[in-house]
Design a protein around this ligand. Structure first.
Ligand code: F6R
Length: 369
């Protein structure tokens, strides 16, 4: 059932265009209107929300971090994202008008389940984003949106992550549309971009050979840093997590702006730094800031690998390697920029002869707290 792939993870990475297309299928119409009747929340329910919490663990938490940027921008609602293992013990302020979005591929993660029970006890409304039909988390939630990624066998999450992102975008766009806020008129255009994402993910996948070569050439590195800003920050965290779990390398993700507050002292000659570069179009200030972060680490001898948007002519002269991804609106970029980082970690682990699908000490579904 690996369909000729050597590992399930490789198969699941390759399946991502199809998986994201499945998440999106039937959930908007040709006029760009979002159709989410299946989640069992009325438009009025969505209008009653005055605050959003997103709660998850691991990779699903990183998807939630991206969702926060999208929801705040599109919906103009306060949105917090929280690790499930911290949420419940922090006495969060929840009430009837709080929407808690729990994200769980397996639908069985104990920390996330306990967080959802706590939220419901406090009368908050809980919407689950999950890949597993009939699992505990969707069953105990008020509403559910399934990601339809198909079974994910590899312990390291890949297609689940991309489909969680797509589901979060749908929820954000739906909230924006029903609440009729300022950005509601952007919804149609973003929906069209979202619909085009599966083909763009396929484009990224078709250009991964240089990334594999790069990973193979990193055999002696024992650590790596990942930096990004805005939605590139959660992507950096996700890239580092993939490298930790698969290649057993000490990898750390940072918000690029935090470098000078400590982490830059980790940089030595040859330290690999992966930089998730935002699009130079639109938010050019963000792009300029990341370019200066690149110069800062370069000046300390880092080997810089940039994930940048095609057509970005500014970044290449400053870095050692550039991986280009297709043009896409900034908020949707994680659907593309996460892919090279998955491939990078997978290939590096393969080069080290490690068990790609079943890394040591990890379980696919974490049903203990
Ligand atoms: C990382 C990974 C884990 C899971 C986390 C949450 O590749 O797979 O970090 O994302 O254990 O799992 P779910 O989404 O099933 O709640």
């Amino acid at each position: 059932e690996k369909d000729g792939y050597e590992h399930f993870m490789l198969k699941e990475i390759a399946e991502q265009p199809r998986a994201v297309a499945d998440t999106l299928r039937g959930r908007f119409d040709t006029s760009g209107q979002i159709l989410l009747d299946e989640v069992r929340m009325s438009d009025q329910d969505f209008r009653d929300v005055d605050k959003v919490f997103i709660v998850a663990c691991g990779t699903s938490y990183h998807a939630g971090m991206v969702a926060k940027y999208a929801i705040e921008h599109w919906v103009r609602l306060p949105c917090e994202v929280e690790l499930a293992s911290e949420f419940r013990y922090r006495d969060p302020v929840l009430d009837r008008s709080t929407l808690v979005i729990v994200i769980s591929q397996s639908g069985e993660t104990m920390d996330t389940l306990m967080a959802l029970r706590h939220a419901r006890n406090q009368k908050a409304r809980v919407l689950a984003i999950s890949n597993t039909v009939g699992s505990t988390i969707p069953r105990e939630s008020d509403a559910v949106l399934y990601t339809r990624a198909g079974i994910e066998v590899a312990v390291a999450s890949t297609k689940a992550f991309l489909t969680q992102l797509a589901a979060c975008y749908l929820v954000g766009l739906h909230l924006a549309a029903v609440r009729g806020i300022k950005y509601a008129d952007e919804v149609g255009a973003v929906v069209a971009e979202l619909a085009a994402a599966p083909d763009k993910i396929a484009e990224v996948l078709a250009a991964m050979e240089p990334v594999r070569e790069l990973a193979r050439s990193m055999g002696t590195a024992d650590r790596a840093l990942f930096i990004g800003r805005h939605v590139g920050y959660p992507v950096a965290l996700e890239g580092a997590l993939k490298l930790k779990e698969l290649a057993y390398m000490h990898a750390e993700g940072f918000a690029a702006g935090e470098l000078k507050h400590g982490p830059i002292s980790l940089i030595e000659a040859g330290t690999p730094v992966v930089v998730v570069v935002p699009s130079p179009r639109g938010r050019s200030l963000l792009h300029d800031k990341v370019v200066s972060n690149i110069q800062e680490v370069k000046a300390r001898g880092a080997t810089v690998i940039a994930i940048a948007e095609e057509g970005d002519a500014v970044v290449a002269p400053h870095v050692d390697h550039t991986v280009f991804t297709p043009r896409v609106p900034t908020l949707l970029a994680p659907l593309l920029t996460a892919v090279p980082l998955q491939v990078f970690a997978c290939e590096l682990a393969a080069a080290k002869g490690l068990d790609i699908d079943q890394p040591r000490n990890l379980a696919k579904s974490v049903t203990v707290e």
